[in-house]
Design a protein around this ligand. Structure first.
Ligand code: PAF
Length: 281
């Protein structure tokens, strides 16, 4: 396993891999890897001859008052994980390598980027699309892997790839949870012990919602109210949104049928957490 810092070097390696007839999987990450990333990497290693994991805390997807500076970083631990899972390369460029000062291009997936997390994080998805499209152009993967915890991100990237004809298949990977039910996230390290207890209400409320739906409840408002009750019953939580949406358009739905996504964003103390479950077929 090698750590590559420059675009020219990774392009050379990819050229060689292509000459040898290899297929390539890309797992884009911002590092501080956990078992959720591990599951993306394992899926890529299983389905491609070569796997590149990008580790890049992308400055353009953070708003001015967000946690860019304090976002956790640990490249040594990341390399150990990638290596143990059979990844071939970590692409770990510096910001100056990825962005020239005169960068003018942004990508907006209209109708999807402004909703949900896009309301409180207005520059976020333009930054995500910018860096992911650059990574696709640099690594030219056959497959790329995205966790369903970032459900809106997955939907936006899929649409961007379809609209801009990127020759890459976007593969969703299930959410990985702690035994407690808390969805794994690099930002969980910000939680105090008490906040962590309160954070369990997110998954608990989603489980309740899933049970209601299984038992035939299809009124979205009723389900949302049950979720709200559970989350507001614990300390430190402030709800940003609870939504039930169509999983492709992200438009609100009033009646839950066979295709839906139940999405939450909740501040627990100062940490904004997201979680969801969905039925995509
Ligand atoms: O999901 C993430 O970690 C990031 O948004 C991504 C896709 C690596 C882009 O920086």
């Amino acid at each position: 396993m090698r750590i590559v810092k420059t675009i020219s070097e990774i392009r050379e390696i990819i050229k060689e891999w292509r000459k040898e007839g290899n297929t390539i999987g890309l797992v884009p990450t911002m590092g501080y890897l956990h078992a959720g990333h591990g599951s993306l990497i394992e899926t890529s290693v299983k389905n491609n001859n070569k796997t590149v994991v990008s580790v890049f805390v992308n400055p353009t997807q953070f708003g001015p008052n967000e946690d860019l500076e304090k976002y956790p970083r640990d490249i040594k631990r990341d390399s150990e994980l990638v290596s143990s899972l059979g990844g071939d390369i970590i692409f770990n460029p510096e910001p100056d390598e990825m962005y020239n000062k005169n960068n003018k291009t942004i990508i907006k997936v209209e109708g999807l980027s402004e909703k949900l997390c896009g309301i409180t994080r207005p520059v976020h998805f333009a930054g995500v699309c910018q860096v992911v499209s650059k990574l696709f152009n640099i690594v030219t993967p056959d497959n790329s892997y995205f966790g369903l915890k970032d459900f809106q991100q997955y939907v936006i990237i899929k649409k961007m790839v379809e609209d801009l004809n990127f020759p890459v298949k976007i593969n969703p990977v299930e959410i990985v949870r702690e035994e407690s039910g808390l969805a794994l996230s690099s930002r969980n390290v910000y939680l105090t012990d008490d906040e962590r207890k309160s954070a369990l209400s997110l998954n608990q409320s989603l489980k309740k919602a899933s049970l209601l739906i299984k038992n035939g409840e299809n009124n979205a408002d009723v389900i949302i109210n049950e979720i709200r009750k559970i989350i507001t019953s614990v300390p430190y939580t402030i709800i940003d949104y609870i939504k039930i949406v169509d999983p492709e358009t992200l438009e609100d739905i009033k009646t839950v049928n066979n295709k839906y996504a139940v999405l939450l964003a909740v501040y627990v103390g100062n940490t904004r957490l997201i979680d969801n479950f969905s039925e995509l077929s």
